[in-house]
Design a protein around this ligand. Sequence first.
Ligand code: SAM
Ligand code: DTB
Ligand code: SF4
Length: 348
Amino acid sequence: MQDSPASQDIRHDWTVDEIVAVHDRPLLDLIGEANRLHRLYQPPNYVQKASLLSVKTGGCPEDCAYCPQSAHYEVNLERSPLMPTAEVLALAARAKAAGADRFCMGAAWRQVRDGAEFDALLDMVRGVRALGMEACVTLGMLTQSQAQRLKEAGLTAYNHNLDTGPEFYAKIISTRTYEDRLDTLKAVRAAGLEMCCGGIIGMGESARDRAAMLAVLAAFDPHPESVPINALVAVPGTPLGGREKIDPIAFVRMIAATRIVLPGAKVRLSAGRLNLSREAQILCMVAGANSIFYGETLLTTPNASMPEDDALFAALAPVAHETRAVLAISEAERLRLSDLISRETYPS
Ligand code: SAM
Ligand code: DTB
Ligand code: SF4
């Protein structure tokens, strides 16, 4: 058995048929192969805790059929404008104290617009990096120069999902094309940012649609550094609000197929963990997942609770934690940001 990385493992020419065949292998073979590659290409005992915050919630002009934040649907959700930077940084500091090493901020925008709000977001990115955390944002479509400004602010990664395969996509979103998404991802790459790009299962798509998404991801050279796999959180009021929960084994198969097709990527077990037992989550990790969203809320919907996750990590213990170099920032900037954080965390 091959026990060191080999060039044939990192491929950009996966066909959809090949990936379907991988996905549909006997389960134990599938998990075994995914685990073998996981141990070759990833630190085997490391599971990243990423924390997620919606910094601008609801009222989005896009019509993504899964999304509670779309203005097209009647959902019980309070909209809120962009949060103050100090509040965001205080929550990032709290997430770091709780053990998160990545902080992801989401805004329900169709696209980024230059101006005061984008400037505030750049400040948030600087502040998160000054805390020594990885920073990721998901803000919708963005231009090359905006991607460049995010990079200059120290952003680690930009999250922009393909969501599903190119054929099924049109059944889910009509206001933004697959090509639009690929253009944004191109801008992300050209700016030298890490790419965080994945999708959702459980929207009514077939295994072939899931494989088709993985084939598009595999064609990126280099592969995305992180790949979130979400199970649909069916929110009442959205067009997909009535959909049945997926079988946890379908989650395991998708994670394993992702690990095999993209051995070098961090595979994030994202939305939908609430419906997985501790044991099913561990099975996902055996099959290649090595990152989770940690914290009681995803963007707008509940996530696994902190005590549940503490029990999960206790079962995995001891797990190693990666530390990344803190971005070099000026002393004046560091003082300004730490003042913002402490004022919010310890108000007098
Ligand atoms: N507006 C930005 C965008 O769409 O690029 C960023 C925010 S959006 C909420 C980020 C991602 O969250 C979506 O692309 C989708 O994959 C995931 N997501 C949103 N609602 C979800 C749901 N109900 N269940 C699972 N994943 C969801
Ligand atoms: C991703 O792929 N999943 C996260 C993150 N990227 C931004 C978002 C999940 C959202 C689930 C629905 C909600 O809480 O609103
Ligand atoms: Fe808007 Fe993003 Fe939700 Fe689509 S997924 S409706 S773009 S917030």
